[in-house]
Design a binder for this molecule. Structure first.
Ligand SMILES: [Zn+2]
Length: 71
């Protein structure tokens, strides 16, 4: 019984970490459609058309990953 409980807990932890990995915020430029990871050096430069959205949302809008940070 204890073994089952441990495996349930392990899969739950795995699910939580993978869900967190999916919810990745990126800086998306609505004009050029390029998106950057938050730590990218181009993020502070992008002030006018950039919005912080989920990476999945950026891809849905036709986002192109940045050549420097890879999105
Ligand atoms: Zn970038």
């Amino acid at each position: 019984m204890k073994k089952i409980l441990v495996s349930i807990l392990a899969s739950f932890v795995f699910f939580m970490t993978s869900a967190a990995a999916f919810a990745e915020d990126v800086m998306f430029n609505t004009k050029t459609l390029r998106y950057h990871s938050i730590s990218c050096r181009y993020v502070p430069v992008c002030t006018v058309n950039c919005i912080k959205i989920d990476k999945k949302e950026a891809l849905k809008r036709g986002g192109i990953p940045c050549k420097v940070c890879g999105g």
